[in-house]
Design a protein around this ligand. Structure first.
Ligand code: EPU
Length: 356
């Protein structure tokens, strides 16, 4: 317990990319996994009376009030090549590293494979939680394994990809065990290290329309990893707000997946709807398009708004109004959008960030 330096009444304004004003009653800066192990000590239990809240980059969280739970601010560092097999370099990064720094570093070291995921805000430890993805690649495509600490017992364990239960913006770390025997690790375990398997023989992932367009624009046909990285950075900068300037949490809703029958029905009414058939026969609809079609792009409610260049991104209008949006304002806007989309399309949009 002696080595646990708990800070009290700490502002979280700078620790969540949406820039919502909130405070933590108790905050622990985690620089080493041993500090998490120490939380299993009986003397630490009062600190955990309201559970714990892991903050990585704070890029996928909406704070609706002060945090009563113990805030674990992940600040452990380190990136290294730790292993290899016939086909892969195994690169390990600490949960507290910034995701984009890992993408850039691995590329510099000559281990390509993460470039499509450049500039995704957040930390390395948060990446598996929601199986981050962009431009035709998801974390699970490059994932090897991770280490985590079970807070109740202090036990360190490792999980491979199958054990992480990855889905579209989903993993076991987003689920709480509803019944005994269910496998959910939300509120139970904290990720400390992540290992990625990066291909020794690199093949670019260029299927995404935005990348195709960019290649045409630049006259590139066979891009290098660095060129893919540069294109992704340019595409994201052009249509997504920089959280350092305009507070946001990336895509605010998941792209809904519907049955072919449901989709046919919607297309009959809305022929222009943007949709992508998935390998299992279901169809993913572009939530940004649905929200845009309901007229929300560029609209606002109080200090929360819809980003004018991408309707799937909600923003803090703080830079414009001088007043930070509260979590309540953001949720009011989110619910109004959900209602509009439901009334017009009969589709319930599911939020992507975690609400606390
Ligand atoms: N669209 C509109 N109006 C809008 C926004 C989008 O008509 O206001 C249309 C676009 O024209 C496009 C389609 O909707 O045809 C899809 O938009 P986009 O290509 O921007 O991608 P997205 O589906 O909105 C997803 C991910 C992003 C990821 C991009 C690129 C989700 C929830 N979001 O967005 O991930 O960067 O694809 O791969 O899956 C994130 O998860 O935080 C995130 C930013």
């Amino acid at each position: 317990m002696n080595d646990l330096k708990i800070e009290e009444n700490i502002s979280l304004d700078a620790y969540n990319t949406f820039g919502i004003a909130a405070r933590a009653r108790h905050l622990l800066r985690v620089q080493h996994g041993d500090q998490l192990t120490a939380l299993a000590d009986p003397a630490a239990q009062p600190l955990l009376a309201h559970g714990f809240l892991v903050l990585g980059g704070g890029s996928n969280i909406i704070l609706t009030g002060d945090a009563r739970a113990l805030v674990l601010k992940m600040e452990n560092r380190g990136m290294a090549l730790v292993d290899e097999d016939a086909k892969h370099w195994i690169v390990q990064a600490a949960a507290g590293e910034t995701w984009h720094d890992l993408v850039a570093w691995s590329l510099q070291q000559g281990y390509a494979g993460l470039e499509n995921l450049a500039l995704i805000p957040g930390s390395v430890g948060a990446a598996p939680v929601q199986n981050i993805g962009a431009y035709g690649l998801e974390l699970q495509d490059r994932f090897h394994s991770l280490d985590a600490v079970e807070i109740a017992t202090g036990r360190t364990f490792s999980l491979d990809a199958a054990q992480c239960g990855f889905g579209y913006r989903d993993s076991v770390f987003k689920h709480t065990p509803a019944r005994a025997g269910d496998y959910g690790l939300a509120g139970q375990a904290v990720i400390t290290q992540v290992r990625l398997a990066l291909p020794k023989v690199w093949k670019p992932e260029l299927g995404y329309l935005d990348i195709q367009r960019k290649m045409q624009e630049l006259g590139i046909t066979q891009p290098t990893p660095q060129q893919v990285f540069n294109m992704v950075v340019a595409i994201r900068r052009a249509k997504l707000p920089d959280p350092a300037v305009v507070g946001n949490a990336g895509s605010f809703f998941k792209n809904p997946v519907v049955s072919p029958e449901q989709c046919a029905d919607i297309i009959a009414r809305e022929p222009n709807i943007v949709h992508y058939p998935l390998p299992d026969g279901t169809i993913k609809l572009a939530a940004g398009w649905l929200i845009d079609a309901c007229g929300w792009r560029g609209k606002s409610m109080g200090n929360a708004g819809v980003y004018p260049k991408q309707a799937l991104v909600l923003v803090n209008r703080h830079a414009e109004t001088g007043v930070r949006a509260t979590g309540g304002e953001v949720m009011t806007l989110a619910r109004a959008i959900q209602t509009s989309v439901y009334e017009r399309f009969g589709i319930r949009l599911e939020m992507e960030p975690v609400v606390v």
